[in-house]
Structures are given as C-alpha cells and as structure tokens.
Design a protein. Structure first.
Lengths: 316, 425
C-alpha cells in the first residue's frame, strides 16, 4: 500500500494536520458562538435575574409555557409562547425581513448590473455607492430620524414643496408609517451590500457567453433571464441568506428610530427589553432562544428549498 | 499633587471647602454619567469647578441619551456587570428601589446634609433604611404659555383642559390664517417612553382617575375618569397638537416651542431658563402656570420628577466619589444649577434665596407645585415598576394613535397589570 509513516496513511496524516490547523478556529468559535448560545439556552430554563447571573434555579420550560390553575378553577397559560407581545414582535420581524430583503435584492441586482457595465469613472461610483453601508447604523438611524422629523425634517419639507403631501407626516410616530420608515432606512443602508455581493457573482460570469449570445442576436431581456440569472444564482442565494439572517435579528435601527412602538418592535428588541428594562432576564433569554430557533428554521428551509451549494464545486 | 494643594490653599474660599470635604490625599479622576438634556453638559464643567479646585480631583461627564428609559437600560447593564469605569450615576427619582443593591449607603456620609433637604425627597431615595442616592434637583412640570399670543387674542391662561383645547384651537386657527403656517396649539411628550407615563398620569389624576396603582398596591387605572382623560388627550392629536407629538420627548417639544411654533407646552422647569436664552425665539414672551384640571374643583396634578446622585458600589475611588456626591447635593452646587439650568433645588432654604429668585422667578413660585406633586407608582410596584410603566405607556400610546378606544385599552391594561402583579407586587 502507500508509504507508511508511524502506522498512519497519508490521508490520515493530512487529516490530522488539518485538524490541528483548524483547532484554534474551532476553539475561538466555541468560545464566541457556541458557549454564549448554550448559556442563553440554559438561562432560559432557569429563573436567573440580571443582578445575580449565577443564582438562577432550574424551572424547566416555565419561561416558554406554563399552566396555572387558579383557585376559581380557571386555567391560565403563561409564558412567551402565549405572550401576544412576543407574537406581535415575531410578525413584525418576519414582515420586515421579507419586505426589506426583497427590495434590497431587486435594487441591489439593478445597481450591480449597472456597475458591471464598462463606463468611465466606474471605480469611483463603486466606492461611492458603498457609503450608506459604511456608515454605522446608529449614526445613519439618527441622521434619518432627523430627516424624518415631522416638524423640522427635510423629507416632509421636500414632499410638501413638491406638492406630494398636503400636510406634514409624522413618519416615526404614526403606527401606520413607522414600519415604512424603518424599511426605508434599512433598504437605503443595505442595498449597497447586496449590490456588492451580486456584483462579485456577475464578474464570475464568462464574457464569451455574452458574446455568443450577442452574435446569435438574443435580446437582452432573454440574456438576463436565461444566462445572467442562472449563472449568478449561487451568489444571489448566499447574499439573500446573509441578508435574511441579518434582517431577522434586526435591532439597532429599530431601537434608535422607533424604540417603543409596538408597530416596529422586533424579536431582538423585545428580548432586550425583557432582559434589561423589565428585569426578566430568563424570560428574555427564552425569547432569544426562540429567535435562534426561528432563524435556524428559516435558513434550513431556504437551503433545502433552493438546494444552495456551499461547497463551491459547480452548480448542482 | 503638592502644587494642587498649594494652589487650593491660596484661596480662602476654597480653603473653607477643604475643611468640609477633607484635604486631597491623591488626585483622582472620576467619571460621572448623566443624561444630556438642555444645557446640562455645558454647565457641568462650571458646576464642578469649585469642587475640583478644592480637592484636586477631576471629574469627567459621560453624557447619555436624554431618554430616561434608555439611560436606565444602560445603567442596569453596567451595574449588573460590576463595571468600575463609572463612579457616580445621576439617577431618576423612580429608580431607587430597582437599583438599590448596586449603590453605596450614603446615610452616614450625608448626615449633616440630610436635614437641609425636603424630607419627602430623601424618603423617596431611601430603600429599607439605606440612602441610595442624594437628591440634586427636583422636578415638577409646568404649563408654558405664550403671553404675547394670549394677550393679542384676548385670552387668559386656561384653568381646565377643555379651556386649554379651546384657546389653543382659537389662537392656532387665527394665527395660521395670518400666515404662521407652522404654529401648533399645544405640544407635550407623546412618545412611547417614561415621559408619556408622566404626561398621562397628570391627565388621569387631574380628572380624578387615580394614579394607576394606588399607594396600597390596588390597580385603579380602569375607571371612567381615566377613560375620559385619555379620550380628551386623543382628541388633541392632529387638531391642536401635531401628529408627530406621538414621537416627541422633552427636547422635541422644546424644539417646537422654542422656535416659536407652539402656543402651549407641557414641560419641566429646565425649559424655562433655556426659553429665555439669547437664541430663543420666545425670549421674554412666555410665562408658566400649573397644569390644567379636568373640571373646576379638581386639583391640578404634576408628576414628581427629579434627579439624584448615587455612588457606585463598584467604584474604586469611593471616597472621592462620595465627596463629589455631597458637593453636588449641597447648597452651593444646587444654587448654581438653579440659576444656570433653572432646576428646582431640593434644599428648603434655597427657595428664599434672592439670587435665585432674581435669575429664575419660576423657582420660588414652584415650591408648592412640587410639594403637591403626584409620585409615579414606583413605591408600591417595587422592582416591577418599569414593566408597569411600559404597559401603561403602551396602552396610552395605542389609544392616542387610534389603536383601540381608551376603554378597551384600559380594560386590557388592567388585566395585564393584574398578571404582572401576580400574588403581590
């Protein structure tokens, strides 16, 4: 058989070496990702309080769901799973995630297609378009909060002067427009990120296919749907998963723009509120755990449905 | 250090302070965290300068967002982690029971200072016999009104909420007809946060609707008077108050007011000094009165506010920190704050101080208002106060923004509060 050094085959040796190379990364991942996650799940099964993190006692699934029978014989269900505030937050988050990712993908695709074309000053435009994404969310949220301010905001001023509205809109205050305001800012901020990821995919598409299509006289719309879209599909899928993960755990933007509005409160916001403001640390931990579970379900569904290939070895 | 000491001893005034606060052992650098409202940040340097000179220590202000809800979240996090970075916290009057464990007991250190303060305020900061924080100023809101506009239209300051709405509407319509397009009748704090709890408590209390949770722990909020009070407030939104008022906190309301775009404003006394500043469009054109009542015969209700200074248990420089807390709660600093920031002192004698009366005439007038102020139900609800308050402001915010009627929302609120209360607060 193959050369035998110390009783190990070459493959075994290589696997062993590979393990040692990966070990530091695995350890780092364990400490920054797995350990906090396990601990959060543990907290959610106890009655831990923020002021005494090590004094929690095991209470099973009471933070999720528990049944109390009152003296009058009435049954009362308690816990996150029957908390309307929680389900409202879930609905807000899911709605936000789908709408924002949809628009970001469409707009990002358009921007990427434009940037993929050869034109003068493309480098500068590419850099410039990244600016919204480079600004820290807190800063851009504050900036937009002023622009959306009902009395002094520039957006109302412009729309009034253009005659689009006849009176100033209280963007972040009104429960009807609060979600639009959050979506607007998020789409503005994250479209460049999508564009960048899609652009990377576009640049992998071989030029000669386009030339062949051009020679055959295929119309551009057909070229896009038959050539470009299938070829960038893996890149697009990865970009959408990244954004979906990000959107499902949205916190900072909502917290700054519309912190306490039930119309925009997301899962992360409500979990933090319980943990810190209401001194219900374990209850908030239960909500964090559910948030994790929901994200995991979404991602596995998406990967399964789209059969996304993460190995990088060709498409399907 | 010796240089500091020498310089301090040269001035007799500061030498006297040395006797009070003790000679500096080591120059310490302290960190004081506080919400940044109005000109508090700019004034802080001037406020602590005498103390810095006397003791040789320095103190840096760490400014936080103006929203008390945001501040509380951050402080709770720092304190739970035992953070040593912050030595002193400026705490809201309602926080004492919730954060008591994390602060140093100041009873012994402040034993000479305590008798000078209003006993009720000291009591609000005492938890199980432990003095958690020392009061540095108190707060009770006022109704600000534009004297020039009221005079022009022949109106008097309103006594009841109905009169307020009527006057506001009249002046708003008349002035808009004359071209002041951006003028609004009444601005207040309608954002979903602690401030809305204060505003709504005032409406309900002045309508005879109780104070959400009574001192004995009964949940009283679901009653006809409270429903009437909230329906009244709802009728303001979009008529005499901009729709955006539902996102306003103190500073947003002051922004509209101070640019001359409101006839009435509900705000705390700090806005008085700022409104008379040189950059203010309403300088010299306004006055304050007590908040209106539901109907004649009811008594006006002002929510008791106020800020205190607490020393962190985790501070490594406690001696210097306690000395600073005593200074900030003492007469000299309170007087400076009263004159520069129009904050109400908590030291009884300062209400007769001629300098304060000359600089901020609102302050001596305000003594009776805050003595009769309504406390928020932080005492009966103990550690659950934040949740109670959040449920209350959500119910009010929903009502104001048209999600459900006042009666429906208050009924639901009662159920939720009963749930939170469980077998007892």
């Amino acid at each position: 058989m193959a050369t035998n050094t110390g009783g190990l085959s070459l493959t075994q040796q290589r696997q062993r070496a590979a393990f040692w190379f990966i070990a530091p990364m695995l350890a780092a991942l364990f400490f920054v990702a797995a350990w906090p996650l396990i601990r959060t799940i543990w907290f959610s099964l106890t009655n831990t309080a923020l002021s005494d993190l090590y004094g929690g006692e095991w209470i099973g699934f009471d933070n999720y769901l528990s049944l109390r029978i009152l003296e009058s014989g009435r049954w009362i269900w308690r816990g996150t799973l029957v908390d309307p505030a929680w389900w409202n937050a879930v609905w807000n988050t899911v709605r936000f995630a789908f709408v924002s990712v949809f628009f970001e993908t469409v707009l990002g695709l358009i921007v990427a297609l434009v940037l993929n074309a050869e034109f003068k000053g493309r480098g500068i435009v590419r850099a410039a378009i990244l600016i919204p994404w480079a600004i820290p969310t807190i800063v851009s949220a504050k900036m937009w909060a002023w622009m959306l301010n009902d009395q002094f905001g520039i957006i109302n001023d412009i729309m009034l002067n253009l005659g689009l509205i006849d009176q100033k809109i209280a963007w972040t205050a009104s429960t009807e427009t609060a979600m639009y305001a959050v979506l607007m800012v998020d789409i503005w901020k994250t479209t460049p990120f999508m564009a960048l990821l899609i652009l990377a995919g576009l640049q992998m598409v071989p030029r000669d296919i386009y030339e062949a299509a051009k020679l055959d006289g295929v119309n551009p719309v057909k070229v896009f749907f038959r050539i470009t879209l299938p070829l960038i599909r893996p890149a697009l899928a990865v970009a959408i998963i990244f954004r979906m993960l990000d959107a499902l755990r949205i916190f900072d933007l909502v917290y700054v723009l519309t912190p306490n509005s039930a119309a925009t409160k997301t899962m992360s916001v409500i979990s933090r509120e319980n943990m810190i403001d209401f001194d219900k640390f374990a209850y908030g931990a239960a909500q964090s755990t559910l948030l994790f579970a929901i994200i995991a379900v979404f991602v596995s569904l998406y990967i399964w449905l789209g059969k996304v290939d993460f190995s990088g070895e060709g498409q399907r | 250090m010796t240089i500091m000491k020498g310089r301090a001893l040269r001035a007799t005034a500061t030498a006297a302070m040395l006797a009070v606060f003790g000679a500096p052992v080591m120059a310490e650098e302290l960190f004081y965290v506080s919400g940044a409202v109005g000109n508090a940040v700019e004034n802080f340097k001037a406020l602590v300068k005498p103390w810095e000179e006397a003791t040789g220590n320095t103190v840096t202000l760490v400014p936080m967002p103006a929203s008390t809800t945001d501040q509380f979240g951050q402080y709770r996090l720092w304190l739970a982690a035992g953070a040593t970075d912050i030595d002193l916290y400026q705490t809201d009057v309602i926080w004492a029971p919730q954060l008591a464990d994390h602060f140093v007991d100041l009873t012994e250190a402040a034993k000479d200072l305590i008798p000078q303060h209003f006993p009720s305020i000291i009591e609000s900061q005492t938890v199980n016999g432990k003095l958690v924080a020392l009061p540095i100023f108190t707060d009770a809101p006022a109704l600000y009104y534009r004297t020039d506009l009221l005079e022009k239209h022949g109106k008097t300051p309103p006594k009841t909420w109905a009169e307020l709405a009527e006057t506001a509407k009249f002046i708003q319509d008349a002035e808009r007809a004359e071209g002041a397009k951006d003028l609004w009748g009444f601005v207040w704090q309608g954002n979903a946060y602690e401030g809305l709890t204060c505003n709504a408590l005032e409406w309900i209390k002045s309508y005879g609707g109780g104070q959400i949770v009574e001192p004995d722990g009964t949940i009283s909020v679901n009653n006809e008077n409270a429903v009437a009070a909230l329906e009244m407030a709802k009728s303001w939104v979009g008529t005499i108050s901009p729709d955006g008022v539902l996102a306003y906190q103190e500073e947003e309301a002051r922004g509209v007011w101070q640019t001359g775009n409101a006839v009435f404003m509900r705000n705390w006394p700090y806005a008085y000094g700022l409104g008379n500043g040189d950059d203010s469009a309403v300088k010299g054109k306004f006055a304050v009165t007590t908040l209106p009542v539901g109907k004649e015969g009811d008594s006006s209700a002002a929510t008791l506010g106020g800020w205190n200074v607490a020393v962190s248990k985790y501070s490594t420089k406690q001696e210097a920190a306690i000395s600073l807390a005593l200074y900030l709660a003492g007469p000299e600093a309170q007087k400076q704050r009263a004159i520069a920031e129009s904050n109400l002192p908590t030291i009884i004698a300062l209400y007769d101080d001629p300098d304060i009366a000359a600089a901020q005439p609102i302050i001596p007038q305000w003594k009776d208002v805050f003595l009769n102020a309504v406390p928020r139900p932080s005492a009966p609800t103990l550690g659950k106060y934040n949740e109670v308050s959040a449920k209350f402001w959500s119910a009010v915010h929903n009502t104001l923004s048209g999600k459900g009627s006042a009666a429906e929302n208050l009924e639901l609120l009662e159920v939720e509060l009963t749930d939170i209360k469980g077998s007892g607060w």
